[in-house]
Design a protein around this ligand. Structure first.
Ligand SMILES: Nc1nc2c(ncn2[C@@H]2O[C@H](COP(=O)(O)OP(=O)(O)OP(=O)(O)O)[C@@H](O)[C@H]2O)c(=O)[nH]1
Ligand SMILES: [Mg+2]
Ligand SMILES: [Zn+2]
Length: 292
């Protein structure tokens, strides 16, 4: 006899057709997916049933609020996680910040309707390293300076995780793994890694895991986070990643102005008057060129 009660839970790991679901009332269960159509990813809220032999079967995936996707090595879209509420954009004085990538991550957060904070790591290396980030603070993205290595100013970072489903993004070498190790106790990562490995010999390094953190937070740990893909359907959506451009847009003569070389463009006028940053505009233009 099958248990027909609709149990609800959140997917925290996926390995093919199996993984871990955290029931809303606590605990962790291994699940199985029987339907070919259901493809859960971490962060999905699901319905599950317990069969008479004890097997936990995921029967339904609830419509997610958003999905984070990347391009895999073949250039195909691959969904990494669902229901992300916050992106922490990790940067550092070294490696030198790639502002096109930074602006792309900001666009992704705006399209996904996520919060975004900039974490300026490795402040132990250079004292004055936030000048280039003042602009982002003015645009409304909080900037927090930390050193993961020297454990400087970590409390504001910990507090950001409260009740959020967070993903860390940033260039290779900025300190994402170092920060994740501070945020999640090591023994927990190890146990999860071991249990993952038991599942048909698959390795955790190639999978995405969601760790529960204090105060109802979740932290998504995923490899290859540099190849995130903004889901742009219409060229006009690109300006949502550029708040200063989007807010001028209503003053352009044409409603569908994309601020490249249209006449009476409020954005281009602001640019000539130095009212918006050239670097941001140039990155906007590169993303527009890349879309066309
Ligand atoms: N000086 C200094 N070095 C740091 C700090 N945080 C991390 N590092 C060093 O930076 C290097 C890269 O750190 P990782 O945590 O591996 O960086 P990552 O972002 O995970 O890199 P990928 O996995 O390649 O994407 C390591 O040698 C760390 O020890 C810091 O606050 N200060
Ligand atoms: Mg890493
Ligand atoms: Zn315009």
């Amino acid at each position: 006899m099958e248990d027909s009660g609709k149990n609800i839970g959140k997917i925290t790991s996926v390995f093919g057709k199996t993984g871990i679901v955290e029931p809303t009332d606590g605990g962790r269960l291994y699940f199985l997916v029987k339907s070919q159509k259901l493809k859960p990813v971490v962060g999905d809220n699901v319905h599950w049933n317990k069969q008479s032999d004890g097997t936990i079967v995921v029967t339904k995936i609830m419509e997610p609020n958003n999905q984070l996707e990347r391009l895999n090595q073949y250039g195909q879209r691959q969904i990494i996680a669902s229901n992300v509420t916050q992106i922490l954009l990790i940067t550092a004085p070294l490696p030198k910040p790639n502002f096109l990538l930074i602006d792309k991550f900001i666009l992704i957060s705006e399209l996904m309707e996520c919060d975004l904070s900039i974490i300026l790591n490795k402040v132990d290396l250079v004292e004055k390293c936030d000048r280039q980030f003042q602009l982002y603070q003015q645009l409304g993205y909080p900037v927090i300076k930390i050193s993961a290595k020297e454990k400087i100013n970590l409390n504001p970072l910990f507090n950001l995780l409260n009740q959020q489903t967070t993903v860390l993004v940033g260039q290779s070498g900025v300190g994402k793994s170092t920060i994740i190790n501070l945020l999640i106790p090591k023994d927990k990562i190890r146990t999860e890694a071991l249990s993952n490995k038991n599942q048909k010999g698959k390795h955790t390094t190639s999978t995405t895991t969601m760790h529960a953190v204090k105060n109802k937070g979740y932290l998504i740990d995923t490899p290859g986070i540099e190849n995130l893909n903004p889901k742009i359907l219409d060229i006009k959506e690109i300006e949502t990643g550029f708040r200063e451009i989007a807010s001028l847009s209503c003053d352009c003569r044409y409603r569908d102005c994309i601020h490249i070389n249209e006449p009476n463009c409020a954005v281009n006028q602001a640019l000539t008057k130095n009212e918006i940053a050239t670097q941001r505009y140039n990155n906007y233009k590169k993303l527009v060129d890349g879309f066309q």
